[in-house]
Design a protein around this ligand. Sequence first.
Ligand SMILES: [Zn+2]
Length: 445
Amino acid sequence: MNRIKRGWIFLSFVVISLITIYHLPFSSSHSAYAQTAPNIIRNEATPIFPEKITFELELDPSHSIETVELTFTVNKFSCIDADVRVPVEFEDNVASWDWILTRSGNLPPGAVVNWFWTLTDQNGIAIETQTQSLTFDDPRYNWQEIEAEGINLYWYEGANVGPTLLNASVASLRRLESEMGIELQEDVNVFIYGNSEDMREAVLYIQGWAGGVAFTEYNTILMGVPPRLADTWGTEVVPHELAHLVVAQFGRSCVGGSRPTWLDEGLAVYAEGPPNAETLSDIREGLEDNAFDPIRSLNGSFAADHSQAGLSYSQSFSVVEYMLTTYGQEKMQTLLLVLADGADYDEALQEVYGFNIDGLEAEWREAIGAPPREIPPTPTPLSISAIPTYEPSGLPESVPTPETAVSSQQDNTPSQANPICGLGFLPLIALGLVFRKNDLFAKTK
Ligand SMILES: [Zn+2]
């Protein structure tokens, strides 16, 4: 054997030895694990809707496990790694931990929770159990399900309610796609409760008047729609809320970008279909009385006064319709993306359309035949009431919608006669959906 060959053999020996040494702890961990492999008797998550989920793990007594950790996550949009890892007390071969949703915030029906356990033995060797999943269902009703084009619609009252609202929702998706070029990016769950009270009971901490709520991070909408209102109010409000979700998916931002209210509401009303009689008469009256607000003042929340807010929705629709018919859908898509990148409203309009909000207003007024408005040379500063109420769209949020006047009379709750969503004139509440780890880690005994 010559020197070169001997050299190669030596080198191979070193390399093989190194590989073996490097892998030794790994191999021994496996053989150690093989000797002490814990036998899992029970590994389950038990939900009590909507308050909590109990995770439990029970091992056969013949194990050497010393510490147990639970890792869980929820399928939802998140800008950050949303895994939650929590040490769990392990006594009498059982580990049990309650996720108290009344502390951490709502989980909508249909949310999928995934979990696994990390088991560490006395030698510090850790193994992970297989990931399991649970769907957090509202078990109080006998849900029926109907599905089309990425919309999963669930309902339990009134035979025609599901198909009627699904058809309206699909039509709204098609309008969003054909007229704005905005497509649904992730499947949406729509839960139709038989009335707003049933809906409110599915949600922790919701205003007593709310008739609907959107969990945008979960792509989930909950609405209370009495069967007798399904083909009137329901066919407007469900597509409207769906449009909000689709636009929110398209314009998601992890850098704090947001959209002005007039744009969000204008797109949602546009998605409902051809303007209804109320919208048309609002626009007519707005013209006759020269009653339109400066568009800039509609950047934030709409007026609390019902008729003024109604005019704001109709004006928003008219502005968005003007933008779409004059400048086309591509510019609208670009605007949503530029806003998602964190540009302010004037900057975004300037970049995409070449005018700011005042310039947009001047063009729109001229197009619909309204007299020009005196616009100050510098942009009007935002008043307190005009500061956007939106959370950055990357954050978990939940937006309540007032119930109908009709359904609220039936439910004997205060009337909120706004037939569509109340995004504009209600302060947006993040229903405790911001997952604070401290809250999640709070242990219960
Ligand atoms: Zn709305």
